[in-house]
Ligand binder design. Structure first.
Ligand SMILES: [Zn+2]
Length: 295
């Protein structure tokens, strides 16, 4: 279980959302057998996805983040719901890269720097709301900050961290997003205080390792602004796939595609990208789906 905590400044102009996502990133490591650099990239994006998902308003709202920076990771996809429950995958989760000269994981080398961060919000309208912003650094946090500046014009600070242990499990993971809330009336003074806070704060993983709770991190981001806890809830890695949904996906392929599948193999096996669960369908089951498929 992870925990998201949101804190609001006394004047209601600044929101800080903080999360301890250690359990979530450990689940990513367990399911996707990620190398340390892939754990860091997927973990950072999933941590941001949790917080951003939790900013959605409606119960059925969904958020998808897609990163492709042209690096060896291939596409990285994170999907979150309005409560911040999250799932993710990378095309190549088992690519390993040498550490950078400063001893840190080479996340931008893995993700790449030439490409886009896609943010897709499904708000239950006819069309999902989708934007693309160029990748700035490939280190994820800067790319999220840039998305908010470019696409939403909201001054935002984003910090994300994943600390990998010697056995490749996750020692600590978490993040925070600090945002000004429109209308931006007193923003210069607030920005100055926030910048001071950020400069004096250690990395998120260092804060978590030293025992700070999500509440304490959220309030630390608002130091000097008389922050108060607004709300908090638990979040987890969650994939809602099922046999029924997989049948729907198969049917959406269309009759011709399904025919090709059963001509090629006896059993059709579908593996969920997000949780690695396998669904196997016998030939006669696929034939039945073919009959129901509308195209
Ligand atoms: Zn699944």
């Amino acid at each position: 279980m992870g925990k998201i905590v949101r804190a609001l400044s006394a004047d209601g102009s600044v929101l800080c959302s903080a999360i301890n996502s250690t359990d979530i990133v450990n689940e990513i490591f367990r399911i996707h057998k990620t190398t340390p650099v892939a754990s860091a990239a997927l973990g950072r994006l999933a941590t941001a996805g949790c917080i951003m998902g939790a900013m959605l308003k409606g119960e059925d709202d969904r958020l998808t983040l897609k990163v492709n920076g042209g690096g060896p990771s291939g596409n990285i996809v994170v999907a979150a719901d309005y409560r911040g429950n999250v799932k993710c995958y990378a095309e190549n989760p088992q690519v390993d890269l040498p550490l950078k000269p400063n001893g840190k994981l080479d996340v931008s080398g893995y993700v790449g720097r030439n490409g886009f961060l896609g943010v897709i919000k499904d708000l239950g309208l006819k069309e999902p709301y989708a934007t693309q912003t160029p990748i700035i650094s490939g280190e994820i946090a800067e790319d999220i900050t840039s998305y908010y500046a470019v696409s939403e014009q909201i001054p935002t600070v984003c910090a994300l961290g994943v600390l990998v242990d010697r056995d490749w499990s996750i020692k600590a993971a978490g993040g925070y997003i600090i945002q000004l809330i429109p209308p931006f009336t007193n923003d210069d003074a607030s920005i100055e205080i926030i910048e001071r806070n950020i400069q004096s704060m250690q990395s998120v993983t260092a804060l978590i390792e030293s025992g700070l709770t999500s509440e304490e991190i959220a309030l630390k981001g608002l130091e000097g602004l008389n922050g108060d806890i607004l709300d908090s809830w638990e979040v987890k890695y969650h994939c809602g796939c099922s046999r029924e949904r997989t049948e729907q996906i198969l049917m959406s392929l269309g009759k011709d595609e399904l025919k090709k599948l059963i001509d090629e193999q006896e059993n059709v096996e579908v593996c969920c990208h997000f949780c690695d669960k396998k669904y196997s369908f016998e030939t006669d089951e696929v034939t039945k789906l073919m009959e129901i498929a509308t195209r």
